[in-house]
Design a protein around this ligand. Structure first.
Ligand code: THU
Length: 134
């Protein structure tokens, strides 16, 4: 159920009402699946000090990691907007930490799921091997 794009997007959409976005009024929710089939959700959480706001994708991923997950196998994002949302740059880097390049990222446009792979969203990722010292 959980990796079905429609079901995962629907789950994210159900969470939209819990988004805390009094400043932008742009509500975002995300659902991630881990390699054990567990599903974790998140919403954007804004702050009066705007820069402290956190995106829904990272809230969902951090929730998964806090529960012991280390490998994300799918991600879905829903928003209150009318235009297709694709995850912001900061979220792409965080997603790439825990998801392989072929992992799908589902969003929604006019009721139809649209997807990219993690590798399409963030090619040539800065990754752990680059930290190697000479
Ligand atoms: N936002 C997300 O939650 N995810 C994204 O990928 C893009 C932006 C949130 C952050 C902020 O609360 C609001 O959307 C407007 O930028």
């Amino acid at each position: 159920m959980a990796t079905d794009p429609h079901a995962l997007i629907a789950l994210a959409r159900e969470c939209l009402e819990r988004s805390y976005a009094p400043y932008s009024r742009f509500h975002v929710a995300a659902a991630v699946v881990d390699d054990r089939g567990r599903v974790f959700t998140g919403v954007n959480v804004e702050n009066v000090s705007y820069g402290l706001s956190m995106c829904a994708e990272r809230v969902a991923i951090f929730s998964a990691i806090a529960a012991g997950a280390r490998h994300i196998t799918a991600l879905a994002v829903a928003s209150s907007g009318t235009v297709l949302l694709s995850p912001c740059g900061a979220c792409r880097q965080v997603v790439a930490e825990f998801a392989a390049p072929d992992v799908p990222v589902y969003c929604e446009a006019a009721g139809e799921p649209h997807y990219w792979t993690v590798g399409e969203l963030l090619p040539d990722t800065f990754a752990a091997p680059q930290l190697r010292k000479s």
